[in-house]
Ligand binder design. Structure first.
Ligand SMILES: Nc1nc2c(ncn2[C@@H]2O[C@H](COP(=O)(O)OP(=O)(O)OP(=O)(O)O)[C@@H](O)[C@H]2O)c(=O)[nH]1
Length: 230
């Protein structure tokens, strides 16, 4: 049997926003019982059917690299960023600061090769990257219970990067259940990541400019299967 190709998707965001909970929900379709504090990085893998239900259907491993969000580890995290085939930016819907900090996370990943560049926010850089991105707002249940904490739900970084956006509660399986719009967006995102790595002319050029409109048009929604590899 032929080896199954794989892609690496980074899951980044401030400490405590729910990255580990999200990665578990994506891979197992059920909430994690005891989320742990991630030191360094934790990797979980799922089997995704690229373009499921079409003649182009093909399985790929999607490695979810859950990067610990503690700021003290910022200087050592860059070792996890190469290669990066896709990025999931996670923020807590009850914590506005965690949404604003997504710019810093993205800058940290995109500046990974420039040791002195720091994490300066450059909007042009975000528009210019062709790495597929997905923005996820967690703790929707808490945000709904306290709307004053989350008056603005849609995040500007998603608009700037023309990225899809999902708001969910990682403690409830139904929020990513197969057939839901969230699951379709997630699947479409993984298709984009695979498309860019294995089927695009840009695959050998990590950060080439691409128009916002083109990014919007890429990909199509399909369902996925899950597999965990320890
Ligand atoms: N109510 C609710 N709690 C959540 C949600 N997502 C995560 N949590 C809780 O938030 C806490 C932190 O979740 P983690 O998944 O460990 O967060 P993390 O981003 O991986 O944190 P670090 O490992 O420090 O980077 C845990 O107590 C989770 O149960 C959510 O959508 N709703």
């Amino acid at each position: 049997m032929a080896a199954i190709d794989k892609v690496r998707v980074l899951i980044v965001g401030d400490s405590g926003v729910g990255k580990t909970s999200l990665a578990h929900l994506i891979c197992y379709n059920e909430p994690i019982a005891n989320p742990y504090w991630t030191i360094g990085c934790s990797v979980q893998t799922k089997l995704h059917e690229y373009k499921a239900g079409t003649p182009s259907e093909k399985p790929f491993f999607v490695e979810l690299w859950d990067i610990g969000g503690w700021s003290a580890h910022r200087n050592s995290r860059s070792i996890f960023y190469n290669p990066t085939h896709g990025i999931i930016l996670v923020h807590d819907l009850t914590n506005r600061k965690s949404q604003q900090n997504l710019h810093k996370w993205l800058a940290e990943i995109l500046n990974r090769d420039e040791s002195s560049a720091g994490n300066e926010y450059d909007p042009e850089q975000f528009v210019g990257t062709s790495i597929p991105m997905l923005v996820i707002g967690t703790k929707m249940n808490l945000a709904q219970a306290a709307p004053e904490l989350s008056r603005r739900r849609s995040s500007t970084i998603a608009e700037e990067c023309a990225a899809d956006e999902i708001n969910l509660d990682c403690t409830q399986a139904k929020h990513l259940a197969p057939g839901t719009s969230n699951a379709v967006k997630m699947s479409r995102f993984f298709d984009k990541v695979i498309e860019r790595k294995y089927y695009s002319r840009e695959s050998s050029q990590p950060s080439t400019p691409v128009s916002m409109e083109r990014r919007r048009q890429a990909g199509a929604g399909h369902f996925t299967k899950f597999l965990h590899m320890s």
